[in-house]
Design a binder for this molecule. Structure first.
Ligand SMILES: Nc1ncnc2c1ncn2[C@@H]1O[C@H](COP(=O)(O)OP(=O)(O)OP(=O)(O)O)[C@@H](O)[C@H]1O
Ligand SMILES: [Mg+2]
Length: 505
């Protein structure tokens, strides 16, 4: 129709021979178009053809209008000489009409950049998104820059950006601000959006009509922001209804912006995940460092205690024994009876010293634990307690020395705490191996205490550190009037690789 109308107008005004041929071609195109309409494959492209047709019709209208104005200005149809100029004039008009939108975009873009020099092109903003130093800039700030750039570059009136995840939509940006009641996407919408390209009003009316609410007086385009088959967000832009129609170039540009925005959002989420992991690692590292220094301090304190015990206890006894032995030697000749009496005393002292040295050794690393393992050592520790302790540990196998020591000293401290702070309580000590872990519990029905209020006291901290050092977790459950339960769960995953405490003994 466009071709036919143009040909007819040129023919009437310009009396040129060529337009008859064009008219014939245009008439031939009509049945061809009708025939193509019967084919499903060809119909798939009809939308694009109709767009092209509409543009051709608009161009033809410009030409007809131009030739009409020419005739009006002359006040008559062109004469023979002037008719030669009609075709070149029509060609000039066509070139002008075709170049107009492109020129307008260029010039208004340049003017916008002049008047708002801070605003960059969308591509420049997106380039900046990808740079390492831009990672510290909040996403909202970058999106705002992108919105400004898009507005200037594509002559838009509004830009909205959402992130999508788990079926919910979260709006990151709305320029200019407007309320929006869309906050969720159903699975069908997500599925369709994942596959959709840049979509217009008709598509939105079908799939996301709520996004069109309040946007009846503008042109709308929606670009889904997807990465690797996942829908990460939505980019919606609007332009005045009486402005230039959104064309293929605009949609291509929007699609490209959405694609690069997807990459940025994806990288940002990776960055955030990495940051969270790093924060976790940092916290764990700090905790480990604090725990290690506490263990070192505890080891130093323990060493000083042993030194003191040896100095004040065993050493004094041994010195006394040496003196008494010397005395006995002297007495043997002078007063044998007194000597025998003194030697009996020495024997008693010697036994006491042996007992003291054994107690000392118990505090360092109990020989029973090394030789017989946890079950025996825990039973012996319970037997030494002044309280009634029920031991239910079965026959535990051997574990690494670190793990056995951690369990043993934890139970020892828990038993000591019960004896100190819950003197009339009944205590139950249990230990069970579960798949992949060893669970140990010391429970008493004493007065309990407020866990949150505990300030001083080294025992609980030592227990936590010891269990933590072998990768386990210590849980303290207590409440005033409700007894106390200390529970340690220790992982056994790497147990096979560690040497049992008794292996070398
Ligand atoms: N079984 C228990 N029953 C009641 N209160 C307890 C029990 N175990 C611990 N507590 C409370 O928790 C506090 C801290 O215990 P923790 O073992 O850390 O210190 P402590 O026993 O007072 O001193 P130490 O440093 O010699 O162990 C205790 O002072 C006590 O108030
Ligand atoms: Mg204690």
């Amino acid at each position: 129709v466009a071709l036919g109308v143009t040909a007819l107008a040129v023919r009437v005004v310009g009396d040129s021979g060529l337009p008859w041929d064009l008219l014939a071609v245009s008439l031939l195109l009509l049945p061809l178009g009708a025939a193509a309409g019967a084919s499903v494959r060809a119909r798939r492209h009809s939308g694009r053809l109709l767009d092209a047709g509409a543009e051709a019709l608009a161009l033809s209208a410009v030409l007809v209008l131009g030739l009409g104005v020419l005739t009006l200005v002359l006040g008559r149809l062109p004469d023979r000489r002037e008719q030669d100029l009609v075709v070149p004039a029509a060609a000039g008009l066509a070139v002008g009409a075709l170049a107009h939108p492109w020129l307008r975009r260029r010039i208004s873009g340049a003017v916008a950049r002049r008047t708002a020099p801070g605003v960059r092109t969308p591509a420049a903003v997106l380039d900046a998104f990808g740079e390492r130093r831009a990672r510290a800039v909040p996403l909202e700030e970058l999106l705002l820059q992108l919105a400004e750039a898009l507005r200037a570059d594509l002559a838009l009136t509004g830009v909205d950006v959402w992130t999508a995840g788990g079926g919910s939509l979260q709006r990151l940006l709305s320029v200019p601000h407007r309320t929006c009641r869309v906050t969720t996407l159903d699975p069908d919408q997500v599925r369709v959006l994942r596959r959709a390209g840049v979509a217009g009003e008709a598509w939105l009316r079908m799939w996301l009509p709520a996004l069109l609410e309040g946007r009846e007086d503008v042109q709308v385009r929606l670009a889904p922001v997807g990465y690797g088959g996942d829908l990460l967000g939505l980019l919606l832009v609007t332009r005045r209804r009486d402005g230039e129609r959104f064309g293929e170039r605009d949609e291509r540009a929007l699609g490209e912006v959405a694609r690069r925005l997807a990459l940025t959002l994806h990288n940002r989420s990776l960055d955030a995940a990495l940051q969270a992991t790093l924060d976790d690692l940092r916290t764990t590292n700090d905790e480990l460092r604090a725990s290690r220094s506490r263990l070192v301090a505890a080891a130093d304190a323990e060493r000083r205690r042993i030194e003191r015990d040896i100095h004040d206890g065993a050493q004094q006894h041994l010195v006394a024994l040496a003196v008494n032995l010397g005395l006995s030697r002297q007495l043997l000749r002078e007063d044998p009876d007194a000597a025998v009496e003194l030697l009996d005393e020495v024997a008693v002292d010697l036994k006491e010293t042996i007992a003291q040295v054994r107690d000392l050794a118990h505090g360092v690393y109990p020989p029973l634990l090394r030789e017989a393992g946890l079950s025996e050592a825990l039973r012996a520790a319970a037997a030494r307690s002044p309280l009634a302790v029920t031991v239910d540990v079965g026959e535990l196998r051997r574990y690494g020395a670190d793990l056995e020591a951690a369990v043993y000293f934890c139970c020892l401290e828990a038993l000591q705490n019960a004896a100190k702070h819950a003197p009339d309580a009944a205590v139950v000590l249990t230990a069970r191996e579960e798949p992949g872990s060893l669970r140990v519990m010391v429970t008493d029905d004493g007065p309990g205490f407020d866990v949150a209020a505990v300030r001083d006291g080294q025992g609980l901290q030592n227990m936590t550190d010891r269990v933590g050092a072998v990768g386990g977790v210590l849980t303290l459950s207590a409440a005033p009037g409700a007894g106390t339960r200390v529970e340690a769960v220790l992982p056994l995953a790497s147990e096979a690789a560690t040497t049992p405490a008794g292996a070398g003994a």
